[in-house]
Design a protein around this ligand. Structure first.
Ligand SMILES: NC(=O)c1ccc[n+]([C@@H]2O[C@H](COP(=O)([O-])OP(=O)(O)OC[C@H]3O[C@@H](n4cnc5c(N)ncnc54)[C@H](O)[C@@H]3O)[C@@H](O)[C@H]2O)c1
Length: 259
């Protein structure tokens, strides 16, 4: 689906000298965030299991020739892979300052009585355990550096209200919301902030094209969101402008969860 609204960037952030690791950065919300950070002077390492990693990084470099962009093939369900991704960021750029945990899958649309253990475990491995591993290794690195750090997890509005026809996704995203609160409070005294965004339905490859129209009608704004509209909020939560915000779960959903 074509974008319904034009890209706007009314706020300019300065991430010069800061390094972000972005899981799931090869597509959708992670990719939009990668571009926003590179454009704002930050260094970005994309950690994704996509075969298009090199192509995606080359495209970002073409769009922002002065930007620093690297990548590492990563499966976020593997502890060794996530650890290696953090090490890559540190080796490449000296330290890690920001983590965006955006790798995710939708899984099968099953209500609980129809759920298979296979689908449940697949979805939770990526959408729940994968976020925990990303946060864990980022926080370990932040603590080593002793200068704080900022994490943004991709939860979903379906972590705040359920989608009854997808129990695994609802459970995983609800878990990410509460994991974010637990981590945010645990490290608040060390200058490490952990927040999550709870997007409504956004126009990315995750959402099947044939479902986008139906979803438009469910949002009070009568449209779905665009990737850059989430990237802007992520950039805000990574920036020092939000330095008194931690453990927050911020809906960015055109009013869906307020209705
Ligand atoms: N698009 C939406 O409507 C929407 C709404 C709410 C929340 N979210 C969440 O935002 C995040 C990003 O979604 P998106 O719309 O950008 O999806 P997307 O499909 O466009 O991108 C997801 C990326 O994650 C990567 N990925 C998937 N599994 C992985 C794994 N095991 N290891 C490493 N990388 C893996 C994919 O290769 C892909 O590049 C997800 O967590 C999703 O649940 C999306």
């Amino acid at each position: 689906m074509e974008r319904e609204v034009e890209i706007i960037r009314s706020v300019v952030y300065d991430f010069t000298g800061k390094t972000a690791l972005i899981t799931g950065g090869a597509s959708g919300l992670g990719l939009a965030t990668a571009k926003r950070i590179v454009e704002s002077g930050g260094n970005v390492v994309i950690a994704d299991y996509s075969d298009k990693l090199a192509e995606v990084a080359a495209d970002i470099k073409k769009e922002f020739p002065n930007g620093n962009i690297s990548y590492i093939k990563t499966n976020v369900t593997s502890e060794d892979d996530v650890k290696a991704a953090v090490e890559k960021a540190v080796t490449e750029y000296g330290e890690l300052n920001m983590m965006v945990a955006s790798a995710g899958i939708g899984g099968a649309n099953n209500a609980i009585a129809d759920e298979s253990l296979d689908n449940w475990e697949k979805v939770n491995a990526v959408d729940y355990t994968g976020v925990m591993l990303a946060d864990k290794y980022a926080i370990m690195q932040f603590r080593k550096q002793g200068k704080g750090g900022a994490i943004v997890n991709l939860a979903s509005m379906f972590g705040l209200v359920a989608v009854p026809t997808n129990v695994a996704y609802s459970a995983a995203k609800g878990g990410v919301v509460n994991m974010t609160k637990a981590a945010g409070v645990a490290y608040a005294g060390e200058g490490i902030r952990v927040n999550c965004v709870c997007p409504g339905v956004i126009n990315t490859p995750l959402v099947p094209e044939d479902q986008k129209q139906a979803y438009r009608d469910l949002h009070p704004m009568s449209r779905i969101g665009e990737d850059f509209e989430i990237a802007s909020i992520i950039a805000f939560l990574l920036s020092d402008d939000s330095r008194f915000v931690t453990g927050a779960a911020l809906p960015v959903d055109g009013g869906y969860t307020a209705a």
